[in-house]
Design a protein around this ligand. Structure first.
Ligand code: ADP
Length: 213
């Protein structure tokens, strides 16, 4: 299985380099009876994917990396900020009813509750809201702050955190989403400004993207 889907010609080039490498682009072109220019994009894809290495005056060589190593290498370099979604927030003075409506309109499973300026106060999930409706109280009169999980008990991530670390947080804490925040010093108090949302969907999208679709 290849980490990226290679065209038939790219597969032939890869096999050729495995067998004859190091081999120059001109030599590959001659063996395939193609012009050097016609091969340029295929060679670029093979080197960018990490399957082939290229050294000036020596030529192309097979890196020997297997697809698992390549995937680990790629994933190990992607940061939360590269794949995060936009934040979906509600203000702390909203009701449980407002939160339910926002969740439907925005089509998300988790909302971040913020104070003025976009600073995180808490997180409210689907089940938090379901639980709040079970008490038989009027959800219009019920503040969302009563249903949410509060700071400092929120697991956060940051735009420059590695995706693999953030994914481990999702698993370890058994939550569906992490607020992406930036730390701000306000009157010598550390506050966290919400700048994004990191969810299991982001990871699924990355997975499909890396598979070459
Ligand atoms: P659901 O409760 O709808 O299954 P989650 O599994 O994401 O959704 O949430 C489980 C509980 O954890 C909820 O009470 C929610 O408030 C809380 N929670 C959700 N995200 C976080 C987070 N990033 N940090 C801390 N607690 C969270």
């Amino acid at each position: 299985m290849n980490a990226i889907e290679l065209s038939p010609r790219q597969s032939i080039i890869l096999d050729m380099v495995k067998e004859f490498g190091p081999i120059t682009g001109t030599q590959i072109a001659e063996k395939l009876s193609l012009s050097r220019a016609a091969l340029r994009s295929d060679l670029a894809i093979l080197t960018m994917s990490g399957l082939l290495g290229a050294r000036p005056r020596v030529g192309y060589y097979y890196t020997g990396k297997n697809p698992t190593e390549l995937i680990a290498g790629v994933i190990g370099s992607i940061q939360v900020g590269d794949i995060q979604s936009r934040p979906i927030v509600i203000r702390e003075n909203c009701s449980v009813y407002d939160a339910i409506v926002t969740m439907f309109i925005e089509d998300v499973g988790t909302l971040v509750v913020v104070s003025e300026g976009g600073f995180i106060e808490g997180v409210v999930s689907r089940k938090d809201l379901l639980k709040a409706t079970m008490g038989g109280k009027n959800v219009n009169d019920l503040p969302v702050t009563l249903a949410m999980t509060r700071m400092p008990n929120i697991i956060l991530t940051f735009p420059d955190e590695l995706v693999i670390r953030a994914a481990q947080k999702l698993i370890n804490h058994q939550v569906d989403a992490l607020p992406v925040v930036e730390m701000v010093q306000l009157n010598q108090v550390e506050k966290y400004k919400v700048v994004g949302r990191f969810t299991k969907t982001n990871i699924t999208q990355l997975f499909v993207h890396l598979a070459g679709n």
